[in-house]
Write a protein that binds this ligand. Structure first.
Ligand code: MN
Length: 252
C-alpha cells in the first residue's frame, strides 16, 4: 500500500527564556491516521523554496486551526481583539495554499485554515465577529467549553461537495472561533452557513478537493459528517489503496 502523505501545519509556542516549540493538537494527527493518511507535520519556519519541495512530495495538505492572521494580509487595520499573530506562519500557510491550488493538490482547511484559504485567494475576514457583525450568534465557545460542544446549527448548499460528502444539508457543529469570512476569495464558493448568515464552509470550484470549514471536525469524530469529511479528503489524494480505518477505530 502506498499511503498518502498528508502535511499538517503547526504553530509555534514562543516563551521568553525558553526554547521555542512546534506544536499541534493530537486530534488532527489522529483524524488523518484514522482516515488512512500518514501525517507529516510542517514547521512554521519553512521558506518558499522549502515549501515548494515539500508540496511536490505531499499528497494532501491539512491547514490546522490557531491564532489570527495579521489583518494587513487582507488590507485591514488591526482590531483590538486580534491575537496570537505569527507572521511567519501566515507567510508559509498562504504560500502553501497557493502552491496547492496551482498543483491541484487536495487540501482541507479547519477554523484558521478556512480563513487562510480565503485570504490566500484574495478574500477578507471579520476580525471580530461579536463586534463587527450585525446580530451575530455566539461563535467563540473557547476556552472554557468542551471542544466537542455542538454550538450551533449549519446549513449546507444542497449541490455542494460538502453536502454530498456529509450526506446531509443540516447538522450541528462546534464553534471555537471569534473571526470569520467576510468577502469570499477568488474561485471559492460559500458551501455552508451558520444561522446568523456567517459562512461556515467554502469550496474551491474545479479543484480536486479544496474545502475549508469554520468548525473543528477533528474534535467531533463521533459525528458521521466529520468521519466522512476526513475520509473524502484522504481518498481524494488518490493514493490510498485501502478503505479508511476511521469507522472501525472510532467505534471502539
Ligand atoms: Mn461558528
Amino acid at each position: 500500500m502506498k499511503a498518502p502523505l498528508i502535511g499538517i501545519t503547526t504553530f509555534r509556542r514562543i516563551k521568553e527564556g525558553q526554547v521555542t516549540q512546534h506544536a499541534i493538537s493530537e486530534m488532527y494527527v489522529q483524524a488523518v491516521v484514522r482516515a488512512g493518511g500518514v501525517p507529516v507535520l510542517i514547521p512554521v519556519e519553512l521558506k518558499q523554496a522549502e515549501a515548494e519541495v515539500l508540496t511536490a512530495r505531499l499528497d494532501g495538505l491539512l491547514l490546522s486551526g490557531g491564532g489570527d492572521i495579521h489583518p494587513e494580509r487582507y488590507g485591514g487595520k488591526p482590531h483590538p481583539k486580534v491575537g496570537s499573530v505569527d507572521d511567519d506562519r501566515d507567510e508559509l500557510e498562504i504560500n502553501l495554499v497557493q502552491l496547492a491550488v496551482e498543483a491541484g493538490l487536495p487540501f482541507l482547511g479547519i477554523c484558521r485554515g478556512i480563513q487562510v484559504i480565503n485570504v490566500a485567494l484574495g478574500g477578507t475576514l471579520y476580525q471580530d465577529i461579536a463586534t463587527q457583525c450585525e446580530h451575530p450568534i455566539r461563535h467563540a465557545y473557547y476556552p472554557d467549553w468542551p471542544r466537542d460542544l455542538r454550538a450551533h446549527g449549519m446549513k449546507a448548499e444542497p449541490d455542494s461537495q460538502l453536502a454530498k460528502i456529509a450526506g446531509s444539508t443540516a447538522f450541528e457543529v462546534n464553534s471555537l472561533h471569534h473571526q470569520g469570512l467576510r468577502d469570499i476569495g477568488d474561485g471559492l464558493r460559500a458551501a455552508a452557513w451558520a444561522p446568523d448568515g456567517l459562512v461556515e464552509a467554502v469550496e474551491l470550484v474545479g479543484h480536486p478537493f479544496g474545502i475549508g470549514v469554520q468548525w473543528h471536525p477533528e474534535c467531533i469524530l463521533d459525528a458521521p459528517e466529520s468521519v466522512a469529511l476526513f475520509a473524502a479528503f484522504v481518498q481524494a489524494t488518490g493514493t490510498s489503496s485501502q478503505p479508511p480505518l476511521f469507522c472501525s477505530l472510532i467505534a471502539k
